[in-house]
Design a protein around this ligand. Structure first.
Ligand code: SF4
Length: 359
């Protein structure tokens, strides 16, 4: 597998990298705040549309402000503007284009410039923008043909790092296109996603099945869960959970933090929902595996979550804290108990990751 370095983050190193989109114009002051927030919350790579010279200028200024490096590696998403595509190579860590929107002449110049600057390219192919000559074919085959042709065209011009994506809003087409592409081009890293995946519930179902089934087959070096109606950080949480689930399904150890939370029936003696949400939020900034359990009662709590690295279980008038199935602390249930549980979780998580050399 070829490795692609995007602003210091390596795509193709064996752990899928999770991407999101900023979802706010670059010239909007909120853009800058979002990049900083993403950096604090474990986003691997982010992307946004670069449409105008003002956008490029703003990126240049921000990059200079942050001493030449974005807080999170930044991918410029280019529609069809040649000048903006070229300018973006200077400022972004990677540039995403659909080569079908550009001439062969421009593509050659673009590839050479990317190679000169050492910037990777994402070749993005969607069913909505296939070359006319492939339109009569099954869409998954047409996407593979187009992506393979673009990749070869680029590689003939310059020694540049390339990631390929083949996306459709149709699950079968997406999964098949990526599977066939991997068989034909096993060395090329794939950015996997289901495009226009919809609102939260629809996207989570589509992305879990689409991205998850590819990851379970070992396909997908970087992913993005596209959600129309959620904060961009939700795309990261969803992406990590999909990777973890796909890895578990294929018999591998999870690679991101995991929260095991019981459904909190009437036996729960503290607010499981609130604690589980707080724990999930705390874990967002860490990219390493750890399993934290939040269980409502002793009936199932300790036994069902005994393999978790750390956890809570309700008890008889108390809350039990355990580590790998061993009870390490107990405290009585009282008013404001959630604050205490959240505080203990924070201490454990900080000490767990500092012991494992993660800051
Ligand atoms: S662990 Fe206890 S509180 Fe949670 S769902 Fe199971 S029985 Fe109910």
């Amino acid at each position: 597998m070829l490795k692609v370095n995007v602003g210091g983050v390596l795509i193709g190193d064996g752990v899928p990298k999770i991407q999101n989109m900023c979802k706010v114009p670059i010239t909007n002051p909120e853009f800058e705040k979002r990049l900083e927030k993403f950096a604090e919350n474990g986003v691997d790579i982010t992307r946004e549309a670069v449409e105008t010279e003002d956008d490029v200028d703003k990126l240049k200024k921000l990059r200079a402000k942050w001493k030449g490096k974005f807080p999170v590696p930044f991918v410029a998403d280019i529609q069809a503007n040649e000048k903006i595509a070229m300018m973006s190579l200077e400022v972004a860590d990677k540039v995403r284009i659909n080569p079908g929107n550009f001439s062969r002449r421009f593509l050659a110049e673009f590839a050479k410039e990317a190679a000169r600057l050492g910037k990777p390219i994402r070749v993005g192919v969607n069913t909505g923008s296939l070359p006319a000559k492939y339109r009569g074919m099954p869409p998954e085959l047409a996407m593979v043909k187009a992506a393979g042709e673009y990749w070869e065209r680029i590689k003939d011009c310059a020694d540049v790092s390339v990631v390929v994506s083949l996306k459709s809003s149709n699950l079968r087409v997406t999964v098949e296109a990526n599977r066939i592409f991997r068989v034909n081009f096993p060395e090329i890293p794939l950015h996997v996603g289901v495009t226009e995946a919809g609102t939260v519930r629809q996207s989570l179902v589509n992305s879990s099945l689409g991205i998850g089934s590819l990851l379970a087959q070992g396909i997908g070096e970087t992913i993005r869960v596209s959600i129309a109606t959620a904060d961009p950080l939700e795309e990261i949480v969803a992406g990590r959970y999909i990777v973890n689930a796909a890895y578990e399904l294929s018999g591998k150890r999870v690679v991101f933090p995991k929260v095991i939370a019981c459904p909190a029936c009437s036996r729960a003696n503290y607010n499981v929902e609130r604690v589980a949400i707080a724990v999930e939020k705390m874990l967002l900034k860490y990219n390493q595996p750890v399993e934290v359990a939040v269980m409502g009662c002793f009936v199932n709590g300790l036994l069902e979550a005994k393999d978790a690295d750390f956890g809570f279980s309700g008890g008889r008038g108390e809350i039990i804290v355990f580590q790998k199935g061993e009870v390490v602390e107990r405290f009585p249930v009282a008013d404001e108990i959630e604050e205490k549980v959240v505080e203990i979780a924070k201490e454990f998580i900080t000490s767990y990751f500092s012991k494992n050399n993660v800051s």
